[in-house]
Design a protein around this ligand. Structure first.
Ligand code: SF4
Length: 430
């Protein structure tokens, strides 16, 4: 069981993929995080690829918890959001101020200040273009959806996904529902209606992704399925299916699909459809569904990123400040923390020269691979380490200089980024 609230670090990504049915990446996108397999898995990313290839609108959604500081471990999510924005996505970022109030006793005013100064300003400095950033506590639509979604799940399902028992805090029970609302509210009519939606997450968030996908599917009228190497459509619910079946057939026939309907089984067999037509047909039929269903959502897609290892080994944790580099750290802080980091190197210089280091188990190497887009440079660091030509002391110094340069750039852009903040907030700052 994956627990989103534990501090456990997951290493065996292949095992996780197998156990939870997370799919492979298949070179979907031309970005270094994908090419280096730092994004190691996905759920229904083919919807996003389809949207990009066909120049259709799609959404990218993430959230931020307004507490502490943004650090390098959070950066991979924003790197992806900026990349998806460059591919045409509309971005939605939820500030989880209800959650920070409930779990960390942070007032809404304080949460707003932290979100802007510790997170959003850095996102803008990293290259985020204007988008939809909102505060959970101020977003009526998200709260309303939370109530509606609560009716689509029950305790036995939540127990099976999360392992809840009688002592589980109601907050934990409520939190996945709120997250589902955050993601799916981006598909409400006021934002353009149902669309493919990508959510970049760490694998520890997969239980939330599974639940929100299930909720979205439960709320649909049409269930488009690959069956017998073709496509069938089922009409869900107890209502008379004639209206929905006839409406779907009209649309399908207009698009040159031949159909065979069965009112009794509430189904349509599409005679000349291939399995690869599923996304096209699903996106077509959700348009039919819109007039009858205010809560017609495309089940969200997800990318799963590996969690960057803390500089002390294990998970990055704000309770161990030297395990992470905050984006508001000084260059001096960053250099010192990297100097004191654990490595995958050998015990002595002689052994390092003879056997080479182990970059695959080295948090310093991760500073290169997660935060530098130069393929040749990062590959040379890897090869030199493996081949015994790179020593840990100098390698740390070089990594320290690279990260310091990045932090300096962030600091220099800070005032300008802050002056643009109202272009990003749905609830403007006074
Ligand atoms: S040389 Fe660099 S990458 Fe290799 S183990 Fe040492 S610190 Fe890590």
């Amino acid at each position: 069981m994956i627990n989103p609230w534990s501090s456990k670090q997951y290493f065996d990504y292949e095992k996780l993929k197998k156990e939870f049915g997370i799919e492979n990446m298949d070179n979907y996108f031309d970005h270094y995080l994908f090419k280096r397999h730092l994004i190691f898995g996905q759920r229904s990313l083919d919807y996003i690829k389809y949207a990009v290839d066909n120049k259709l609108k799609f959404n990218a959604v993430t959230g931020l918890m307004p507490s502490g500081h943004m650090h390098l471990g959070n950066k991979i999510t924003i790197d992806q959001m900026i990349y998806f924005q460059s591919l045409g996505a509309d971005l939605f970022i939820s500030v989880a101020d209800l959650e920070s109030y409930a779990t960390r006793n942070i007032s809404f005013e304080k949460a707003r200040e932290i979100a802007i100064n510790e997170y959003i300003v850095n996102y803008i400095s990293m290259g985020l273009k204007p988008c939809n950033i909102y505060f959970q506590s101020e977003d009526h639509e998200t709260q309303k959806l939370g109530y509606i979604f609560s009716n689509e799940t029950n305790m036995s399902e939540l127990r099976a996904i999360y392992g809840f028992d009688d002592s589980s805090p109601i907050l934990h029970v409520n939190s996945p529902i709120v997250q589902a609302s955050d993601v799916l509210h981006s598909q409400l009519k006021i934002y353009g209606g149902p669309r493919p939606t990508i959510v970049p997450v760490g694998v520890d968030q997969d239980p939330h992704i599974r639940l929100m996908r299930d909720i979205a599917q439960r709320l649909r009228i049409y269930n488009v399925k690959i069956e017998n190497n073709g496509i069938s459509v089922y009409v869900k619910g107890k209502e008379d299916p004639h209206l929905y079946i006839d409406s779907a057939i009209e649309t399908l026939n207009k698009n040159n699909y031949k159909t065979d309907k069965n009112y009794e089984y509430r189904s349509i067999k599409i005679i000349n459809a291939r399995p690869e037509d599923k996304i096209k047909i699903d996106l077509m039929l959700i348009e039919n569904e819109k007039p009858y269903n205010d809560y017609a959502f495309i089940a969200p897609s997800a990318t799963f990123q590996k969690l960057e290892t803390g500089l002390k080994g294990g998970k990055m944790s704000s309770s161990v400040p030297d395990s992470l580099i905050s984006l508001n750290d000084t260059e001096g802080d960053a250099t010192r923390k990297i100097k004191n980091a654990v490595t995958g190197g050998q015990k002595t210089i002689e052994e390092q020269k003879k056997y080479g280091g182990n970059p695959d188990m080295c948090p310093v190497y991760e500073l290169y691979s997660y935060h530098n887009n130069d393929e040749n440079y990062v590959q040379s660091v890897y090869d030199e380490c493996k081949g015994g030509a790179r020593m840990c002391g100098l390698c740390k110094k070089e990594a320290g200089e690279n990260i310091s340069q990045f932090l300096k750039n962030m600091r220099e852009k800070r005032d300008e980024s802050l002056s643009k903040i109202n272009d990003y907030l749905m609830n403007k700052s006074p």
